[in-house]
Design a binder for this molecule. Structure first.
Ligand code: ZN
Length: 152
């Protein structure tokens, strides 16, 4: 029996999901016709993400990202893009609220969050919560800026 300590004490299945998204990030490409773009960084950990979105008819028609940093930050961004892509903006805002409630307020993950529930174990590590929420804050700012008719 191995008693090696784990980096995050995450469930095996969850850890595999996170590493899968980290190694093969989804929607990891620039968009042809982005409506707007913004980026964020988490200096505590050295994470950076840049997010592009394309809005059309009240939906988040497309989303792409680039970035570098720890597995939590990049996997969370990849999972986020899969979760919100093609959804009506009202629904995207709900998903942002649900994810932040899970990470910051110990709320149970909703079924809509899908694979993102794998990140709930991270909330035991306050420094890592910033890694997981980084891209979500960027997306939230983009939507807010757009709702006000400005650019982020
Ligand atoms: Zn990080």
């Amino acid at each position: 029996m191995s008693t090696q300590p784990r980096e995050y004490e995450l469930d095996e299945l969850y850890r595999d999901l996170i590493l899968d998204h980290y190694r093969q990030p989804r929607n990891h490409a620039p968009l042809a016709h982005p409506t707007c773009a913004s980026e964020g960084e988490n200096p505590l950990c050295g994470d950076q993400v840049a997010v592009q979105i394309e809005l059309a008819d009240g939906t988040l028609a497309d989303i792409g990202f680039s970035g570098r940093g720890c597995s939590i930050s990049q996997a969370s961004t990849s999972m986020m893009t899969e979760c919100v892509k093609g959804k009506p903006l009202a629904e995207v805002r709900e998903l942002i609220d649900q994810f932040k409630a899970m990470m910051l307020q110990d709320a149970e993950p909703t079924p809509q969050l899908g694979d993102l529930e794998s990140l709930q174990g991270v909330r035991k590590f306050p420094v890592r919560v910033k890694c997981a929420t980084l891209a979500w804050n960027v997306l939230e700012r983009l939507l807010q800026a757009n709702a006000q008719g400005g650019t982020a």
